[in-house]
Design a protein around this ligand. Structure first.
Ligand SMILES: [Zn+2]
Length: 384
């Protein structure tokens, strides 16, 4: 039996969204789930206890960053990533591919793998499917991702086809190289850019390889939201019912809800932590830039409907003051609230699935929150 298994609990009669639970060697988490990103073995500004307080069931670590610094061998000597960062719940690691393609310099992509220069010190490195598995096996994550090429957007058909086919061959090599199958599960990644026939071919080939779960990569890279939704509608019905589906790099409230409606179980994104550090916070009425002068004497919580530690104890005016004063607590409080906002949103999504009313919930949520530009409806950026 695979280290990681998926239990389907209920399918929403209104939308087809899935309520489920993923079981791992470090415990279980409920789905659909949002995974906070701990790039450098740390979700920026949040301690493990605080992550539990906001109800994070699983977090993500970045293979590329941890390989470069402090190095996967060091983390292995520390007892693995869970022990190194003192997080005892599930961890998912990506393959390193996305960061190699987006951050590193002088990439040379070949069938064998990718040669690149570190964005930190310019040193030369080579990552192949085998190397990615070696690194992820050393990190000891519960869920590992196959090494893939995330094709750029836009991308012409021929490139997308060749890239998708190479990603399938890399998935076969990843599976062969993965050694610790009793404690770690390896997910394949569906690619194929915005071309539905390529996506279908990729999903079919990977399903035949019988991975314990599937990533859907190469989306939310600049394409319109309706293109992403159309691809999800094509792909998720082709994936096995009793295995989790993970939409990679997606974390805005609209995409979390619309992805859940299309049968996605897991999501991750740096969005809540990154915008939090810039002084932007989610509220039930849309995003606000809490560092703006207009909040200096606003003594309400960031979001009066939020149940988080920050909203129970501090005001917009105080958080704004912390940002203006360069106090590190400001970044932490904004991050803390944003994570809780998205994790609470996923709790509400799961509740709505259980009650067969996810479409109603979606409509109620967006009536107040506003839509994103990507969905074609103007954003309501500022709440009163
Ligand atoms: Zn809050």
């Amino acid at each position: 039996m695979a280290a990681v298994t998926y239990e389907l609990i209920h399918v929403c009669r209104q939308t087809g969204a899935r309520l489920g639970r993923v079981h791992t060697p470090h415990g279980s988490f409920d789905t659909p789930a949002f995974m906070p990103v701990g790039t450098q073995a740390s979700v920026k500004g949040m301690s493990p206890d605080e992550l539990k307080e906001v109800n994070a069931g699983i977090i993500l670590g970045n293979t590329y960053h941890l390989y470069l610094r402090p190095g996967h061998e060091l983390i292995e000597r520390a007892g693995g990533l869970h022990s190194f960062m003192n997080w005892d719940r599930p961890i998912l690691t990506d393959s390193g591919g996305f960061q190699v393609f987006s951050l590193a310099d002088l990439r040379d992509i070949r069938e064998e793998g990718v040669t690149f220069r570190s964005h930190i010190d310019g040193s030369k490195h080579f990552i192949s499917p085998e190397k990615s598995m070696e690194i992820q096996n050393a990190l000891g994550s519960d869920i590992m991702m196959a090494f893939d090429e995330c094709a750029p957007y836009p991308c012409d058909y021929d490139y997308a086809k060749k890239s998708m086919e190479m990603t399938t061959r890399w998935a076969i090599r990843s599976k062969a190289a993965h050694t610790n199958t009793e404690k770690q599960s390896l997910f394949g990644i569906v690619q194929g850019s915005t071309y539905v026939d390529l996506r279908r071919e990729s999903a079919k080939a990977l399903t035949e390889l019988d991975f314990p779960g599937y990533g859907i990569g190469g989306l939310s890279v600049g394409e319109p939201g309706e293109v992403m939704n159309a691809i999800l509608e094509e792909i998720t019905p082709l994936l096995p019912t009793h295995k989790p589906r993970y939409l990679m790099g997606v974390g805005s409230p609209d995409y979390l809800i619309d992805g859940s409606i299309r049968g996605v179980d897991m999501f991750d994104c740096v969005l809540p932590t990154r915008i939090g550090r810039n002084g932007t916070v989610f509220t039930a009425n849309g995003r606000i830039i809490v560092r703006d002068a207009k909040y200096s004497e606003d003594f309400r919580p960031i979001d009066s409907e939020c149940d988080c530690y920050v909203c129970r104890n501090f005001t917009r005016g105080y958080v704004r003051h912390l940002f203006k004063s360069g106090e590190m607590l400001g970044l932490r409080l904004a991050t803390w609230h944003n994570l809780r906002f998205l994790l609470k949103l996923m709790e509400n999504v799961r509740e709505a699935i259980r009650n067969d009313r996810l479409m109603d919930f979606r409509n109620e949520f967006f009536l107040k929150f506003g839509y994103s530009k990507k969905t074609g409806v103007p954003v309501k950026n500022e709440s009163p």
